[in-house]
Design a protein around this ligand. Structure first.
Ligand code: CAA
Length: 258
């Protein structure tokens, strides 16, 4: 399918989706989010792909939902159209790891989109924020929930109530970001993570992602029970036999995703 607002490419088993609406700092309009959902679902279904990198430009990962598109929307409109839910939730249904490689602004829906991914790698020029309060609204794509779980109440309140931005160093210190690298190394670092994931057992990777994400949605006791069951299930895979045999035989495992 031909996209207008994103660019896609693959490097080996790693897919890269680049938000590409530079004139609007990658503001996340309906069309862009539709294309993003389509591309993510396509790569998720492609057995040749093991991990997906989502990135933007050097200036902006994404400066939020498209304010100009939103400004005339009405209450019954957003409610009955399932605005946000219909398009954005697609990102959270992907089984393969999605790595956000963030440079520049990740604001509002841009920060929320990054937080829907499984891991954020930030360039040293990245800026994160939930400035919706400046517009007379609040974050609407999970910002008040995912940011609070990632950085705790103190920082989340600070960002959501004052619209202050957090730089990459503060974001890493606060637990929002996994790694910070110089801007010119952002894609190489994200690719390194993608390639490492691609060398592993696909079922183990998908199940590991599911188990970690479960921690955000359940109690500790339920989460541990869930982990135990899903851990047991991996003993039904050939990859578990291969991984453990390879260790015992002091050789590299050759996983076959089954
Ligand atoms: N929506 C629509 N257009 C946007 C946009 C957005 N979120 N962010 C930037 N743009 C557009 C600007 O309107 C401008 O377009 P024109 O040249 O046609 O005027 C272009 O992108 C460049 O932006 P600036 O000239 O403002 O660039 P800057 O470098 O001076 O400032 C910025 C950068 C601080 C990110 C500033 O653009 C800004 O504050 N953007 C809005 C950030 C924001 O409020 N995001 C939250 C949106 S609401 C939301 O996301 C709801 C939700 O939770 C789902």
């Amino acid at each position: 399918m031909a996209y207008e607002m994103i660019l896609t490419e693959t490097q080996g088993a790693v897919a890269v989706i680049r938000l590409n609406r530079p004139q609007a700092l990658n503001a996340l309009c309906d069309q862009l989010m539709g294309e993003l959902g389509e591309a993510l679902r396509g790569f998720d279904a492609d057995p040749a792909i093991a991990a997906i990198i989502l990135t933007g430009s050097e200036k902006a990962f994404a400066a939020g939902a498209d304010i100009k598109e939103m400004k005339d929307r009405t209450w019954p409109g957003v409610y009955f159209e399932d605005f946000i839910t219909a398009r954005w939730e697609a990102v959270t249904t992907i089984k393969k790891p999605v790595i956000a490689a963030v440079a520049g602004f990740a604001l509002g829906g841009g920060c929320e989109l990054a937080m829907m991914c499984d891991m954020i790698i930030a360039a040293d020029n990245a800026k994160f924020g939930q400035p919706e309060i400046n517009l007379g609204i609040i974050p609407g794509a999970g910002g008040t929930q995912r940011l609070t779980r990632a950085v705790g109440k103190a920082k989340a309140m600070d960002l959501v109530l004052t619209a202050r931005m957090m730089d990459a160093t503060e974001a890493e210190r606060s637990g929002l970001v996994a790694r910070v690298v110089p801007l010119d190394q952002l894609m190489a670092e994200a690719m390194k993570v993608g390639e490492k994931i691609a060398s592993l057992s696909g079922p183990a990777v998908a199940i590991a992602k599911e188990a970690v994400n479960r921690a955000f949605e359940t109690t500790l006791a339920e989460g541990v029970r869930f982990e135990r069951k899903i851990f047991y299930s991996l003993f039904a895979t050939e990859d578990q036999k291969e991984g453990m045999s390879a260790f015992a035989e002091k050789r590299k495992p050759a996983f076959r995703n089954r």
